[in-house]
Design a binder for this molecule. Structure first.
Ligand code: ZN
Length: 830
C-alpha cells in the first residue's frame, strides 16, 4: 500500500468524519481472490475532495450518493472522490486479493489436512487490501461485518454474532474503532468457549492443533480471567468490547495483535511439543499485554503514529505488571530485566535510535520502522520509572482520568501528561522532555572510596554517550549484599533520587561497613546501562551463584552481557562466568536468555581462532546444567536445547535422535527431533535425505518450516543457492517460510561457503523488496543479514550500499544498524 503522510492524514481528518462501514465479504471462492462489497457512511465538507485507501484486483462498481464513479478513480492504492456532500454514502463492490505475507486478508492452507484459514491484519496501512477505507487511527468508525463462507467454517470478528444461516454470518456493529483494529478470522477453526464476569470468552485454533489447545485451554482461560479481574480493579471503565475472544493464527507476523474483542496471536503460542515455564510465562504476559491494549490503544487510540509508544509502552509495562500481580507467573519483571530491557537498550544505542515519543512521525513507513525495542521496552521501562517517581495511586488516577476523557476517541502524549500531572500534583513536562523526547541511554556507575573496610564516600556517576549530552533524573535502588554462611544476602537496600548533574553522593553509605557486593539498580527501576564498581565486579563469579534474589541475579547478568557487547569485558570471561554460575541457576528465564545471548556473542565476538574453545565451554556449561536439572522439567529442556545448539559432538546428537543416551525425563518430541537434526545439518552430519525423511513423518506446517530452515542450513553449495534464490525471488513463499529460510542460511561454521553471499546481500536485497513489503520485508532483511560474517570487508560492502544515493529506507535502516553491531564486534575483537 502507498504510504500515508502525517500531513495528508491531518488534512483528511479535518474534512471527513466517518460514521460506519458495512463490509460484506464472500470468501467461498477458491484461489487468489475474494469478493468485498462495502457501504461507507461519512460526513464531509460539501464540495470538497478526499480519498480512501483501496487496492482492488477488479472493480465491479462504485457509487457515491447513488451516482456511479468511474473505476479509473481508483489508482495506485487510492480511491479519489470529489464533489462530496455533507452526508455521504459510498458503495464499492470489488474483487480483492488474498495475501501470503500476513497483511490484508492472509490465506493459509494447512499442509497436514488441506484446510484453508483466513485472518485479517490491517495494521499499519493495509486496510485498503480488504475494503476501501479512511485508513488512519483518528478516523474511527463503527464496523458491521457480514460474511458468506463455506458451510463448515467458523467466522469471528470484533463484533458479536447476530445470526448464522448455513454459510452466511451476520455480526453486530462495533463500537467506534480505528481501521487498523478491524479483525476477522474464517476457517474450520476448533473453538473452545467459556464465560467470566458476564463476558463470553472464546479461543480459536486450526483443527490440526485442536488437541494442543484442549490440553492448554484451562491455563489460557485462567490467565485471561485473572488478568480481566486485575484490569477491572485498576481501571474505572469496564472492558468495553462485549466479548473477549482470542484466536491463535498461522503465519502471524507479530506475537499478537490487540483487536478489540478478537485478539489474534501467532499459533506458536500453543506449541505442539513440550512447553517450558518460560514459554508459559511469556504467553501469560502477552495475554495481559493485548488485554491492556483494549483500554490503551483500542478504547483510547493515538491520534497519529507519533504516539505509537503510548500504545506499546503501556501495554508492555502493564503486560509484565498484571501478569506478575494477577497470575502464577510472578517472575515477569525478571524476564523484563533480562530480555525486554536488553532489547530496548540495544535499539537505543544503534544509529536508528529515536525518542520514545518522537515529535513527528512523517508517514506510515517511518511508523512501521519505529515499531522496535524503544517503543516497547524502553517506553515500558521509562513508565516503570515514572510510576516509581509519581507513586502508583497518582499514576492510576491519571490513567483513569485519561480514559474517561477520551473513551472511544483519540488522544496525544500531551493529553496523557496533562492527566498524570493533574493526578500527581507534579508537572511532568520537564520529565517528559528528557525521558520521552530525547533518544539514547545514560550509563550509571558507582565510584567507591573506602577507609579500610568502611565506605568513606559512594557516588553514583552518570554519563551520556557522544552526541547525546542529556543527563536524566533517576530513582534507583542500591543493594548491599554480604557473603554469609554460603549464601549472599541483602543487608540493606537504599533508594536514591539521582539528579541530572552527573554525580550523586549517597550520604547513607558514609561510615557504613563495606558490602561484598554493591548492586546498583537493585530492583531494576532504572532505565540505564549499569556498571558495577571494580570490587563488586570482581566478586561476581563467586557471589552470583549464591545470590538468592532472582531479579538481582538478572540485573547482574544483564550488566555483564552489556559490558561484553560494549567490548569492556572479553567474551572469554563471559563464557567462564557462564560455566561457573549457570549450572546452579534455577530461574529458567535467566538460563534461557544467558545461553541464547552468550551463544550470539560467541558467534560474533570470538575470533576464528578462539570460537571453537568458547563454544566448547558453552556446551560444557549446558551439559552441566542438564545433569543438574530435575528430570522432565523446563530447565532440563532449556539446557538440552542450549547443548544441542552449541555442541559439535555429532555422534552424541545422532544417538539422541535415534533415542539413545537421552537424559531421563527428556521427551524426544517432534520439535526436539527437528532441533537436533538442524544442528546435525549445520555441522554437515545430516543431509537432504535425512531432512526429507523427517518431513515425511511430520507433514505439518511446523514440519515444513523446520525442513525449510534445515535445508537452508546445509553446508552445500546447491542448498545455499536454492535457499538464497527462494528468499530473494520466490513470491509464492509465505512470510513465515521466507523468514525461516533466511534464518537458517547464515552459519558461523560455514564461513568459506558463505563468503560470496556477503556481497550478494547488498546487491540482491533491493530485488527482494520488489516482492515483499511491510513487516515481512523488514524481518527478511534482518534475518538475511550476514551478521555472523564479522570482518572489515563486510563493513566495506555495507558502506558501499549506504553510499548509494537511492536506498530503500527500510534496507538503509537494517544495514546501518547491523553494520554498527559489527563495528562493536570488531572493536571488541581487537
Ligand atoms: Zn502491543
Amino acid at each position: 500500500m502507498p504510504t500515508l503522510t502525517r500531513a495528508e492524514a491531518a488534512e483528511r481528518a479535518s474534512l471527513v468524519d466517518v460514521e460506519s462501514y458495512h463490509v460484506d465479504l464472500d470468501v467461498t471462492g477458491d484461489g487468489e481472490t475474494f469478493r468485498a462489497r462495502t457501504v461507507t457512511r461519512f460526513r464531509a465538507r460539501p464540495g470538497r475532495a478526499t480519498f480512501l485507501e483501496f487496492e482492488p484486483a477488479e472493480i465491479a462498481s462504485i457509487t457515491l450518493n447513488g451516482e456511479p464513479v468511474p473505476p479509473s478513480a481508483a489508482a495506485d492504492g487510492r480511491l479519489v472522490l470529489s464533489g462530496l456532500a455533507e452526508e455521504n454514502e459510498l458503495v464499492v463492490d470489488a474483487t480483492m486479493r488474498y495475501s501470503n505475507n500476513g497483511e490484508g486478508l492472509h490465506r493459509y492452507t494447512d499442509p497436514a489436512d488441506g484446510s484453508v484459514y483466513l485472518y485479517q491484519h490491517l495494521f499499519i496501512n493495509n486496510g485498503g487490501r480488504v475494503l476501501p477505507c479512511f485508513d488512519q487511527p483518528d478516523l474511527k468508525a463503527s464496523f458491521r461485518v457480514s460474511v458468506t463462507a463455506p458451510a463448515d467454517w467458523t467466522v469471528a470478528t470484533n463484533g458479536r454474532l447476530v445470526s448464522r444461516d448455513g454459510g452466511r454470518w451476520e455480526f453486530a456493529p462495533t463500537e467506534r474503532i480505528s481501521t487498523y483494529l478491524a479483525s476477522l478470522i474464517a476457517g474450520p477453526w476448533h473453538v473452545r468457549t467459556d464465560e467470566h464476569d458476564g463476558l463470553p470468552l472464546a479461543l480459536y485454533i486450526r483443527a490440526t492443533l485442536a488437541a494442543q489447545l484442549d490440553a492448554q485451554a484451562a491455563e489460557i482461560f485462567e490467565v485471561t480471567k485473572q488478568c480481566l479481574d486485575r484490569f477491572h480493579e485498576m481501571f474505572e471503565i469496564r472492558y468495553p468490547f462485549g466479548h473477549y475472544q482470542q484466536a491463535f493464527a498461522p503465519e502471524f507476523n507479530f506475537g499478537a495483535m490487540e483487536y478489540p474483542g478478537l485478539v489474534v496471536f501467532r499459533d506458536e503460542f500453543v506449541p505442539r511439543s513440550t512447553i517450558t515455564e518460560t514459554e508459559r510465562e511469556h504467553r501469560a504476559s502477552v495475554i495481559a499485554h493485548e488485554m491492556a491494549h483494549q483500554w490503551f490503544g483500542d478504547l483510547v487510540t493515538m491520534a497519529w503514529w507519533d504516539d505509537l509508544w503510548l500504545n506499546e509502552s503501556f501495554a508492555e509495562y502493564l503486560g509484565s505488571r498484571v501478569a506478575a500481580e494477577a497470575t502464577r507467573f510472578a517472575g515477569t519483571w525478571t524476564t523484563f530485566a533480562m530480555q525486554r530491557k536488553a532489547w530496548g537498550l540495544r535499539a537505543d544505542q544503534r544509529p536508528s535510535t529515536h525518542p520514545v515519543a518522537p515529535a513527528e512521525v512523517a508517514d506510515t513507513d517511518q511508523a512501521l520502522m519505529n515499531f522496535d525495542g524503544i517503543s516497547y521496552a524502553k517506553g515500558a521501562s521509562v513508565l516503570k520509572q515514572l510510576v516509581a517517581w509519581l507513586g502508583d495511586e497518582s499514576f492510576l488516577a491519571g490513567v483513569n482520568m485519561h480514559f474517561e476523557a477520551h473513551a472511544f476517541g483519540n488522544a496525544t502524549l500531551a493529553d496523557l501528561l496533562g492527566a498524570l500531572s493533574k493526578a500527581g500534583g507534579r508537572d511532568l513536562s520537564g520529565w517528559a522532555e528528557v525521558w520521552l523526547r530525547r533518544a539514547q541511554v545514560n550509563t550509571l556507575r558507582l565510584e567507591v572510596e573506602r577507609d579500610g573496610d568502611v565506605y568513606r564516600e559512594v557516588t553514583v556517576v552518570q554519563t551520556a554517550p557522544d552526541g547525546y549530552p542529556t543527563l536524566r533524573p533517576h530513582r534507583i535502588g542500591v543493594g548491599l549484599y554480604d557473603h554469609v554462611d554460603g549464601a549472599v544476602v541483602r543487608r540493606e537496600l537504599i533508594e536514591a533520587e539521582l539528579d541530572a548533574t552527573g554525580r550523586t553522593v549517597l550520604p547513607e553509605l558514609a561510615g557504613v561497613r563495606a558490602a561484598d557486593l554493591l548492586l546498583l539498580n537493585d530492583g531494576d527501576l532504572a532505565y540505564a546501562k549499569i556498571r558495577l564498581d571494580d570490587r563488586s565486579a570482581a566478586a561476581v563469579p563467586l557471589l552470583l551463584p549464591l545470590l538468592t534474589d532472582s531479579l538481582a541475579r538478572a540485573v547482574i547478568w544483564a550488566a555483564t552481557l552489556d559490558a561484553v557487547v560494549d567490548g569492556e569485558r572479553p567474551v572469554a570471561e563471559l563464557v567462564t562466568l557462564v560455566l561457573a554460575a549457570l549450572p546452579v541457576e534455577t530461574e529458567t528465564v535467566i538460563v534461557e536468555d544467558v545461553l541464547r545471548a552468550t551463544r550470539g556473542l560467541v558467534d560474533r565476538y570470538a575470533t576464528e581462532e578462539t570460537r571453537p574453545a568458547a563454544l566448547e565451554l558453552l556446551a560444557q556449561a549446558a551439559d552441566r546444567l542438564l545433569a543438574a536439572s530435575p528430570a522432565g522439567g523446563s530447565r532440563q529442556l532449556i539446557a538440552a536445547r542450549g547443548l544441542i545448539g552449541a555442541t559439535v559432538e555429532t555422534g552424541r546428537l545422532a544417538g539422541w535422535l535415534a533415542g539413545e543416551g537421552l537424559p531421563d525425563g527428556l521427551v524426544l518430541d517432534e520439535d526436539l527431533r527437528w532441533l537436533i537434526l538442524y544442528r546435525l545439518a549445520v555441522l554437515g552430519a545430516a543431509g537432504v535425505d535425512a531432512i526429507e525423511a523427517e518431513l515425511a513423518g511430520d507433514r505439518t506446517a511446523t514440519g515444513e518450516q523446520w525442513a525449510a530452515r534445515c535445508r537452508a542450513a546445509l553446508p552445500d553449495p546447491a542448498a545455499k543457492e536454492a535457499a538464497w534464490a527462494a528468499v530473494v525471488g520466490d513470491a509464492s513463499l509465505s512470510n513465515r517460510l521466507v523468514e525461516l529460510t533466511a534464518g537458517g542460511f547464515w552459519q558461523p561454521e560455514q564461513r568459506e561457503l558463505l563468503e560470496p553471499y556477503v556481497a550478494r546481500y547488498f546487491t540482491d536485497m533491493p530485488e527482494m523488496l520488489r516482492i515483499r513489503s511491510g513487516m515481512s520485508a523488514e524481518k527478511t532483511l534482518a534475518a538475511a543479514y550476514p551478521a555472523v560474517m564479522v570482518s572489515a570487508s563486510t563493513r566495506q560492502a555495507a558502506a558501499g550500499l549506504l553510499a548509494e544515493p537511492e536506498v530503500n529506507p527500510l534496507l538503509r535502516r537494517v544495514v546501518q544498524d547491523n553494520d554498527d553491531d559489527m563495528r562493536r564486534a570488531l572493536l571488541a575483537r581487537e
